[in-house]
Design a protein around this ligand. Structure first.
Ligand code: NDP
Ligand code: OXD
Length: 307
């Protein structure tokens, strides 16, 4: 049996799962079921201890791309296969989110907004896409597509990953040295890394200082990627033009957080790329069929790497 837990549109997911998997028994929390019959779960952010009630659970489908919260839990035994969503409609949304920030920078919307407050009619220099250097941290399912899309639009794109990558039209760097090479040559930095012990505070006071004066930062990965105090200090000093932030160390962002009314910060509430129910269910179904047929699975989480 496949047991579903989501607070986001549970009826829609249940309907789609039953429609797509007519031969599979599917139930949805809080329905009471025979816990021993549950072999698979599809879940996003269930309460602590949720998975422990299913003694025969062997596969968890994560209904999102990031698995950081899941890997911190103690109720998912090591022998359970974790499968996350790969793209599933989120990559296009990430491109849109990143492009919004890049255009904000390139077309100087932050400066025009300030000029408008002063009723100031003052055309600023126009910058072409080919003169804007976009750096992308994370070249996986999401960052890889963002990099390719922006390169196709004419931006000068460089990207950074853990292992060497090759993407057409994108300058690909990796490892510690690659990050140090990329940052000083970046006008707009887009972070879409997973949260792992290695990526924690990858942007701290020292690495943020490698960005050129006037650069902009967009974070759609996870809040843990950035040392928020160091970012605030850079913004306060006017060393960064603006930060477009979708993810935070603490979510929801506490009402007293200085980001809220910082003139150089734009906040969105973790909406850069939403899970698309139809695509998510298609991916879960395809993996269930592949698993039953003994075929390779898509999106298996590497617990050792943390993503
Ligand atoms: P992937 O696993 O497909 O890609 C992760 C990328 O990060 C890979 O390129 C990987 O390198 C790179 N990476 C991981 N660790 C390191 C490291 N230590 N140093 C350098 N590069 C590293 O993930 P997705 O693209 O699917 O998703 C990325 C993240 O986006 C998610 O984990 C989640 O946190 C976030 N997200 C945010 C959403 C939002 O709405 N804000 C929505 C969806 C996801 P390599 O290629 O070598 O493996
Ligand atoms: C995800 C997210 O990881 O929504 O899918 O952040």
């Amino acid at each position: 049996m496949l047991y579903l837990y989501t607070l986001d549109q549970p009826e829609r997911y249940l309907h789609l799962l039953r429609q797509t998997l007519p031969d599979e028994a599917v139930a949805c929390w809080p329905q009471e079921v025979d816990a021993a019959a549950v072999t698979h779960a599809a879940a996003w952010a269930p309460p602590a201890g949720f998975f422990a009630r299913f003694p025969n659970l062997h596969t968890v489908f994560v209904m999102g791309a990031g698995v950081d919260k899941l890997l911190q839990r103690t109720d998912v035994p090591d022998n359970v296969t974790l499968i996350r969503l790969t793209d599933a409609g989120m990559a296009q949304q990430m491109t849109e989110y990143c492009l919004y920030g890049v255009l904000h920078y390139q077309r100087q919307m932050d400066r025009y907004a300030r000029q408008q407050q002063e009723r100031l009619w003052n055309p600023l220099d126009t910058r072409l896409a080919r003169d804007v250097r976009v750096g992308i941290l994370g070249l996986g399912e999401l960052g890889g597509k963002v990099a390719l899309d922006l390169a196709r639009l004419g931006y000068r794109v460089a990207g950074w990953s853990r292992r060497p990558r090759q993407l057409e039209g994108v300058r690909c760097l990796h490892g510690e040295a690659g990050l140090r090479e990329l940052l000083p040559q970046t006008d707009v930095l887009f972070c879409v890394l997973p949260s792992t012990p290695e990526t924690r505070h990858v942007l701290d006071a020292e690495t943020l200082a490698l960005l050129p004066a006037d650069a902009a930062l967009i974070n759609a990965g996870r809040g843990s990627l950035i040392d928020e105090a160091a970012l605030l200090a850079r913004l306060d000093a006017g060393a960064l033009r603006f930060a477009l932030l979708d993810v935070f160390a603490e979510e929801p962002l506490p009402p007293t957080h200085p980001f809220w009314n910082h003139p150089r910060v734009i906040i969105t509430p973790h909406v850069a790329a939403d899970t698309v129910p139809e695509d998510a269910v298609q991916q879960i179904a395809a993996n269930l069929h592949a698993q039953a047929a003994g075929l390779p699975l898509n999106g298996v989480v590497d617990r050792d790497c943390g993503y």
